[in-house]
Design a protein around this ligand. Structure first.
Ligand code: ZN
Length: 384
């Protein structure tokens, strides 16, 4: 994966964008306390979400197919209301000669019921699931097994609340067609270069998907012209799972969304809801002055979408983790408190975006010890 690009090319995209920030209702402290915590699901040996992805999974190989099956089995069994779609392509690569290597993107989505597909905007959560061709046996735990597992966790965390929210809206007679918002996860294939990162040897899956969606048109009079237009925000997770990540805000037009996520991180940390003890916040630029924007960006799966005008929130550390593209990028080198923190942060962001705060299942939580002197009447809860 990725290399640095030049933001100048994007100047044309940096137009003023009427963001939906004002429409978001912030989560309360109690909402944050009520978010589920990943338990053993991220265990590297037998965790239900992560362990099955921690294998070599080069595009077109059996490991890659196994991980596809892991995603499909998980959603079919645990989250059957999510629709599973495939987008397939083939390409030659610099190391496989004339052979057409298959690349299979998985699109897993939940739209509000009874909303025509062309009228649904979709929060789009993205990670790549293929692993690098070399060195042989490379696992790619931060690149990007852990981010894939984080997205599975977030989907599971919001599933019941989505059902409850849409049911409540229907019962109350709310006009769901006003601005229906769904959520989709893209597990992308073929992100890695087979030999050396070039415009043709990288991003096999995302280039194909962005091109296809650009040419698919919704019914006339739909709110969104194409499935690309339906993407309300493209949130790409990559290289997450090492300790002490520093993720800058890469794009002016989505700095507000970055700041929302960063604010959630800082609040959860203050409330003692996160586990890692990083030197700095993971998202240190939340709320900062945005005058200095103009830095380069990192080439990754968002590029084919960004070039077509999709708004991007790129959650990738800079500098990259020390294990990047080394054999050491395996399960043992993950910092699991950091992995679990990211899962919670991304979940909180999704709950807020989808306005699910009033619909999240209430979790059993232990009462916090009261101060002997104040005998506080505040009903406080604490994380298990
Ligand atoms: Zn990579």
């Amino acid at each position: 994966m990725p290399r640095r690009g030049n933001l100048v090319a994007l100047a044309g995209l940096l137009v003023s964008w009427a963001c939906a920030a004002a429409a978001l209702t912030a989560l309360s402290d109690d909402d944050l306390r009520n978010l589920p915590s990943p338990g053993s699901e991220f265990d590297i040996d037998n965790g239900a979400l992560l362990a099955p992805i921690l294998i070599p999974r080069v595009s077109g190989t059996e490991g890659n197919f196994k991980v596809q099956r892991h995603f499909v089995d998980f959603f079919k069994k645990e989250l059957p209301d999510w629709e599973i779609l495939w987008q397939n392509s083939t390409s030659t690569t610099p190391v496989t000669g004339d052979k057409q290597v298959p690349f299979s993107n998985l699109i897993i989505r939940r739209d509000p019921p009874e909303s025509p597909a062309g009228d649904v905007g979709r929060l789009t959560l993205v990670a790549h699931y293929d692993s690098k061709y070399s060195p042989t046996g490379f696992v790619g735990a931060v690149d990007s097994a852990a981010p894939c597992a984080m997205l599975m966790f977030a989907a599971k965390a919001i599933d019941e609340a989505l059902t409850a929210k849409w049911k409540a809206m229907k019962e109350s007679g709310d006009d769901m067609l006003q601005q229906p918002e769904g959520v989709q996860i893209l597990f992308l294939d073929g992100e890695e270069a087979f030999r050396t990162w070039t415009s043709t040897d990288s991003l096999y899956g995302s280039r194909s998907l962005a091109e296809q969606w650009d040419g698919e048109f919704h019914a006339a009079m739909s709110a969104y012209r194409t499935p690309l237009d339906s993407i309300s925000l493209f949130v790409l997770l990559d290289l997450l799972g090492s300790a002490d990540p520093v993720v800058p805000s890469y794009f002016l037009t989505t700095n507000w969304a970055y700041s929302n996520m960063g604010s959630l991180e800082q609040r959860m940390r203050k409330l003692g809801l996160l586990e890692a003890k990083p030197r700095n916040p993971f998202l240190p630029e939340a709320g900062q002055d945005i005058k200095h924007f103009g830095r380069g960006y990192i080439e990754d799966d968002h590029v084919p979408f960004m070039k077509r005008g999709v708004e991007i929130l790129h959650i990738i550390p800079s500098p990259f983790p020390d294990v990047w593209h080394k054999m050491e990028d395996d399960g043992e080198h993950l910092d699991l408190p950091t992995v679990r923190d990211w899962a919670k942060i991304v979940t909180a962001f999704t709950v807020e975006w989808m306005d699910l705060k009033d619909h999240m299942p209430k979790r059993a939580v232990k009462p916090e010890k009261r101060s002997e002197t104040t005998g506080s009447v505040h009903s406080k809860r604490t994380e298990l």
